[in-house]
Design a protein around this ligand. Structure first.
Ligand SMILES: [Zn+2]
Length: 535
């Protein structure tokens, strides 16, 4: 939409239908000391008036998007919603900071807006017309109960606990709108806002060159869309003729039209708050943290091998020979228990720091017995001497199984457990720190301390699940310190990854298997220090 589009946009509409962007543009608002002027941010016009049920905005850092979320919320409560909006932030502290700081400042700067809002003394609830806006931290389950609303804003979606997001979604039940607006700086690939954007129509901002009429999308053509001039200044340029282009001559283009959710990709490349020179200098600076550059400047997800397994890393662990159907020498096992199925992985410990995977599969309740009966057969057939099973999900059935299997230990996660795994042979349990154990079982693969059987028809599905967990750095609410968590990407399907984790925990408590060959790796073995033994 061009710079005049704000005005043009409204001409085609009746007075009742007049756009929110048009109304706001003509309210002469101020925004943190500066006049609110959508002509400077033409890419924000469409999001203000987008009436899709699901809107996803994958954005860069410090883009001034809070004002969009707040104004959009106020205008929708005033003119559209009978019940109101649940405005969610990651934590309660975020809500307090926001409410006392930014929201109140916007109200002070804009008497016209403040006149629409009552109950401004109450920090976490505002009345606008007949509708209410509830500002809530997503951490607290009780804060999300019994609030009927028409719309939910998820501000910094990637920092939210996804089980709480599902709980919050229920607040829309019974509304005739059911509008969800998710906005976040992305973190890791196919997680959170990145996953949702990939399911959407994936709109990108395309800029028309005033010289050659070619359309350039800055995000899709970075870094070719930036040009350093002789005087060291940097301009946004047409990828075809290399002349200067201006984001105000742009429009949103859906790269996956026909999808029901509406997705926007808003990076710093189009922002008039961030000069192209700062962005290119940062990109060319060898000290720049690459993940932060991608996430904050380009609004793109990013992960390296420390955070996320890929096919290359998994394939590098494959050997020439096939799965073994049984074993006479001792083996170790890990199993992830579901409602009607069990995923297991079996390996031989061939050296203090090397594992040779013999078999992996999913057992399902059926003609060949219950999944637990089939697991028992595997334990006998493979001479399993140590087995770790997730005890947290299906506690009763796992305890029953343990009664007849002294080699089996139930695994419990405890966030305050440090370094060593805590084995209790009397209760047949092992307590581990989830993050540290997942780190260790991840490293076993990236350091190629493990071999897998030659890829067969089961390999692709195994790899998919192994890749479905990723390492994410988040801020701890209590301490304010940065911490690491392993999160599920996309659709939850990570059973083999957990079975693999339990296997590595098993192996840490088992001796090296006697008298069995280790099997040859296909690609060259790269030995690095450390092992899965140490968490
Ligand atoms: Zn051009």
């Amino acid at each position: 939409m061009s710079s005049q589009a704000v005005d043009d946009y409204a001409v085609e509409q009746t007075l009742e239908e007049v756009s929110i962007a048009y109304r706001l543009q003509h309210m002469e608002l101020k925004c943190e000391g500066e006049p609110f002027d959508l002509r400077r941010y033409p890419y924000l016009i469409a999001p203000y008036d987008d009436d899709s049920d699901d809107i996803v905005m994958r954005k860069g850092g410090q883009m001034g998007m809070t004002i969009l979320c707040v104004l959009r919320t106020i205008m929708r409560c005033k003119y559209m919603y009978p019940r109101g909006v649940l405005y969610l932030m990651p934590t309660k502290d975020d809500v307090s900071d926001f409410s006392k700081g930014r929201f109140d400042r916007i109200m002070r700067e804009n008497p016209k807006l403040a006149a629409m809002v009552s109950g401004t003394d109450a920090a976490h609830i505002k009345r606008i017309g007949n509708a209410l806006v509830y500002f809530r931290g997503v951490k607290s389950r009780s804060q999300l109960k019994s609030i009927p609303v028409d719309g939910i804003v998820y501000d910094e979606y990637d920092e939210m606990d996804m089980s709480m997001v599902a709980l919050a979604d229920k607040r829309l039940d019974g509304s005739s709108f059911q509008h969800r607006f998710k906005i976040s700086t992305p973190t890791i690939p196919e997680f959170g806002i990145d996953w949702d954007y990939l399911q959407s129509d994936q709109k990108v901002w395309k800029i028309k060159c005033q010289h050659c009429n070619h359309w350039t999308c800055m995000e899709l053509s970075f870094p070719d869309c930036l040009l350093r001039l002789k005087d060291n200044n940097v301009i946004r340029c047409c990828v075809k003729c290399k002349k200067k282009i201006d984001p105000i001559n742009g429009e949103w283009v859906a790269t996956q039209p026909g999808k029901s959710s509406s997705g926007y990709w808003v990076s710093q490349l189009n922002s008039d708050r961030k000069s192209p020179k700062i962005i290119l200098d940062d990109y060319e600076n060898p000290r720049t943290v690459i993940s932060e550059f991608y996430n904050h400047r380009l609004a793109m997800s990013y992960a390296d091998l420390d955070d996320l397994l890929d096919d290359k890393a998994l394939n590098a662990c494959c050997r020439d020979d096939f799965r073994e159907p049984q074993s006479t020498s001792e083996t170790v096992m890990g199993a992830d228990v579901g409602k009607n199925d069990i995923h297991y992985v079996i390996a031989r410990k061939v050296s203090p720091s090397n594992l040779m995977t013999l078999d992996y599969a999913k057992l399902v309740d059926g003609d060949s017995g219950t999944a637990f009966e089939q697991l028992h057969d595997k334990i006998i057939r493979y001479n399993v001497k140590r087995c770790v099973i997730d005890e947290m999900a299906e506690t009763r059935s796992v305890r029953e199984f343990k009664d007849n299997h002294p080699e089996v230990a139930g695994c419990w996660y405890n966030p305050s457990q440090r370094k060593e795994y805590d084995w209790n042979y009397h209760t047949q349990t092992v307590t581990v720190n989830r993050t540290e154990s997942l780190d260790a079982s991840h490293r076993a693969i990236t350091r190629t301390e493990v071999t897998f059987p030659r890829p067969d028809e089961g390999w692709k599905g195994f790899c998919q699940q192994m890749k479905n967990l990723a390492r994410q750095r988040i801020t701890d609410d209590k301490t304010g310190q940065s911490k690491v968590v392993w999160v599920v990407r996309g659709v939850k399907n990570d059973h083999f990854r957990h079975a693999w984790n339990y296997l590595c925990i098993s192996a840490s408590d088992a001796p090296v298997s006697s008298g069995a060959p280790g099997g040859r790796r296909r690609s060259k073995l790269v030995k690095r220090p450390g092992s899965f033994m140490s968490a």
